[in-house]
Design a protein around this ligand. Structure first.
Ligand SMILES: Cc1ncc(COP(=O)(O)O)c(C=O)c1O
Length: 406
């Protein structure tokens, strides 16, 4: 037996043992995944929860088709943004009434950043003129931050995450950070950085797109000011499913949305000419919610019933550890360079590997049923969703990667 086949046998035995001991393993049945596919792209688009197609069909044919307009009340459509927000809240460590669902992440970033700039201005310190943004951020965050800064008279200051503590000071008004970097998978220190921003007198806004549903966030516990996130990655809400906005309870009364649509009015059906904001996170709403996507998301969130985010995190780390171990066993040293930090405290739920022929390798992996994604110019990105990815998937993905890169 060759050395490679020996390690492949021992790693597949280990994978089978790890799967047998996995308390979350049974959740995979609650997703529809194509036979023979290893899906490591849940950090782009989560898999389809089995309960969603039936629920969407019911919303369309019965709630819309039969109940028609009555569904706004009778089927709970009108209150869906805050009801589903309360369902997401425990996954990000928030109490009820602090999360509202609707619009895209980009739109919620706009509300959060302009809202934070207005909260900062309300403190009356004219010297606070800077909006700091993670220089390595997902592009939409940078674009929106730039526009928000222009609109609110702040100066945009792009800062490398490692340099953030040194960049904070008496000019800091607002800071926007990503909890997990979308490219490298690096997990940033949300508790420590939030405390540092606030100690400097600023407000901390977090983008949770790559962390919510994969690891504990603790928004209330760490006194985050505002946060946003998408629901189509680790929350499996479906393509373009609505995003969410978190507003800390202490800011809710003063939160002044830059998009005060009628859905966030205290009495939307009074049709009053003057705007009076609703209480609580509801003031983050804008216009008529996208009910079909929203109720698909609500059905998708049912898989979380009884699942602890701590157990999800433990499995996520075990999966990414095992993947790195298998990659080291199946690929010659130096063939790919892990970009994701090795330390658990700095690792999200993905592994990014750098190599010059990343684009070709990903095409070949996908052709063999191992789906990850490629990030320009040279990164192979693999996302690990603990609700439906198992250890045998991980071993197979690394084995196929070894094969196509040989
Ligand atoms: C960190 C981050 N922010 C924002 C977005 C996207 O925003 P939107 O939902 O508005 O497309 C993504 C999408 O992948 C993302 O990774």
């Amino acid at each position: 037996m060759s050395e490679t086949s020996f390690s492949s046998t021992s790693l597949s035995i280990r994978a089978a043992e790890l799967d047998a001991a996995d308390e979350l393993g049974k959740l995979r049945e609650r997703f529809r995944l194509p036979e023979g596919v290893v899906y490591l792209d849940g950090n782009s688009l989560g898999a389809l929860p089995a309960g969603v197609p039936g629920r969407v069909a019911d919303v369309v044919s019965r709630e819309w088709g039969e109940l028609l307009i009555r569904s706004w009340d009778e089927s709970g459509w009108w209150t869906a943004p805050e009801r589903i927000g309360d369902r997401i809240a425990p996954l990000v460590g928030a109490a009820p009434g602090r999360v509202v669902v609707g619009d895209s992440t980009s739109v919620n970033l706009f509300k959060a950043l302009v809202g934070a700039a207005r909260l900062a201005a309300g403190r009356g310190d004219a010297g606070r003129t800077e909006l700091l943004v993670d220089a390595t951020t997902f592009p939409t965050d940078g674009y929106i931050a730039q526009s928000a800064a222009r609109m609110t008279g702040l100066t945009l200051v792009p800062v490398e995450p490692a340099d953030l503590p040194a960049a904070l000071g008496p000019r800091t008004a607002v800071v926007l950070m990503n909890h997990v970097d979308y490219r490298s998978g690096r997990l940033h220190d949300l508790p420590g950085l939030t405390a540092a921003v606030q100690a400097a007198g600023g407000l901390a806004v977090w983008d949770l797109c790559h962390s919510a549903g994969a690891l504990p966030v603790g928004l209330d516990e760490h006194r985050v000011d505002l946060a946003v996130g998408c629901t189509y990655k680790y929350l499996n809400g479906g393509p373009g499913s609505p995003a969410y906005l978190y507003i800390a309870e202490r800011h809710q009364d003063a939160f002044d949305s830059p998009l005060p649509g009628w859905n966030s009015h205290a009495e939307p059906f009074a049709m009053a000419p003057g705007y009076v904001p609703a209480e609580g996170a509801v003031r983050g709403r804008v216009g008529t919610p996208d009910i079909l996507s929203m109720l698909a998301l609500e059905a998708a969130l049912e898989v979380w019933e009884g699942v602890s985010i701590e157990a999800v995190r433990a499995k996520s780390l075990a999966l990414t550890d095992f993947f790195l171990e298998c990659v080291a066993a199946y690929l010659p040293a130096g063939r790919v360079e892990p970009v994701t930090p090795a330390g658990h405290a700095e690792r999200g739920s993905q592994v990014a590997l750098r190599c010059p022929d990343a684009k070709r390798l990903m095409t070949e992996l996908i052709a063999r049923g191992v789906i990850g994604d490629f990030r320009h110019p040279d990164v192979l990105r693999f996302g690990f969703t603990p609700l439906y990815v198992g250890f045998a998937d991980v071993e197979r993905a690394a084995r196929v990667l070894g094969h196509v890169s040989g």
